[in-house]
Design a binder for this molecule. Structure first.
Ligand code: UDP
Length: 310
């Protein structure tokens, strides 16, 4: 198989490139390096089945030769990043998805969209099932990401229904692991960075909001299975073990032995989802998928990585 992976130099994208190469496939990684980094893929550069194209997928793209799969992972994904780049975020979710779908259609390739639990906004249904339509503020600070991804899902379904493209949609819940950017602003890199430097751990709000954290290798396994499946409606992939942000802070402080960090409280950002946890029944029954890496192990492996980049 020859796969085009947009956003392949990002956190999740680089793990996907690695997985496809390990399965014996060819990979063309397309990335404009807005939030991705060549460091994430430098260990793949010597592989003759790997190619990198520096390109913004929001602009039309030309790819020579056959393509069997297009995986569209390009987008800023951390709230801090999409707040800093709202227009590129809207463009890559809309124009970028259109271009990636056009490539898949022209090459008669499968298409997989990286969608998100942000489709559900600040959810009023818990845990979140794929048939929940969501509770999104289109004009709030997170709207640029949420609505771009909602548009991306809509155009993906239109290409499926109207053009017959074989499409897949994965709704990714909070994911963590090596190659997250230390300064991407998300809770886990923030807390680990702060604990390693002995700086205050910044809890937003009272820390009672919840998230459910999935280790990146589990996510990649789910995505790989979904791509090979025949299922074209959205599938949640995430770890359903839910914890509060305060609990996460405690676990990270305990993990970083000898840290002098204490906890400080900042304002809760606008529209910050209060609870988030995937219902993964679909992934379990359709794909036979379950997360396998528990949080203690995943946090330890992620901390080891952050120590190397500090
Ligand atoms: N958060 C926090 N301190 C930080 C960064 C984030 O308390 O330094 C909180 C944030 O308000 C949210 C949760 O952690 O409730 C997860 O935030 P993140 O930015 O990782 O992503 P989200 O799940 O909101 O997309």
């Amino acid at each position: 198989m020859r796969a085009v992976i947009t956003g392949g130099a990002g956190f999740v994208g680089s793990h996907l490139c690695e997985r496809f190469l390990a399965e014996g496939h060819e990979v063309l990684c397309v990335d404009n390096l807005l939030t991705g980094s060549l460091r994430n893929i430098e260990h793949l550069a010597a592989n003759p089945r790997f190619r990198f194209m520096e390109h913004n997928i929001s602009e039309p793209v030309e790819v020579d030769g056959a393509v069997d799969a297009v995986l569209h992972f390009a987008s800023p994904a951390s709230p801090a990043d999409y707040l800093a780049h709202p227009i590129p975020t809207l463009k890559v979710g809309s124009l970028g998805t259109h271009n990636a779908l056009g490539l898949a259609k022209a090459k008669e390739a499968r298409f997989l969209l990286a969608s998100t639990s942000e489709i559900y906004g600040d959810p009023e249904v818990h845990p979140q099932r794929e048939d929940y339509w969501g509770h999104v503020n289109s004009i709030g600070p997170r709207g640029c990401y949420d609505e771009a991804k909602r548009f991306a899902e809509a155009i993906t379904m239109a290409y499926h229904r109207f053009h017959g493209v074989k499409t897949r949609i994965v709704r990714i819940f909070n994911t963590y692991g090596p190659r997250m950017r230390l300064n991407d602003g998300r809770v886990l890199p923030n807390f680990m960075h702060q604990a390693l430097r002995g700086e205050p751990i910044t809890i937003y709000g009272k820390g009672e909001q919840t998230r459910s954290f999935c280790f990146v290798s589990d996510l990649v396994e789910g995505i790989y299975r979904l791509l090979l499946s025949d299922y074209s409606l959205p599938v949640n992939i995430g770890n359903p073990t839910e914890i509060t942000v305060s609990q996460l802070a405690r676990e990270i402080i305990d993990l970083v032995e000898g840290t002098k960090s204490t906890v400080v409280y900042h304002d809760l950002p606008e529209d910050d989802p209060k609870r988030r946890k995937p219902d993964i029944t679909k992934a379990q029954t359709l794909l036979g998928w379950n997360p396998t890496v528990d949080r203690a192990d995943g946090l330890r492996r992620t901390l080891e990585y952050f120590r190397t980049v500090l």
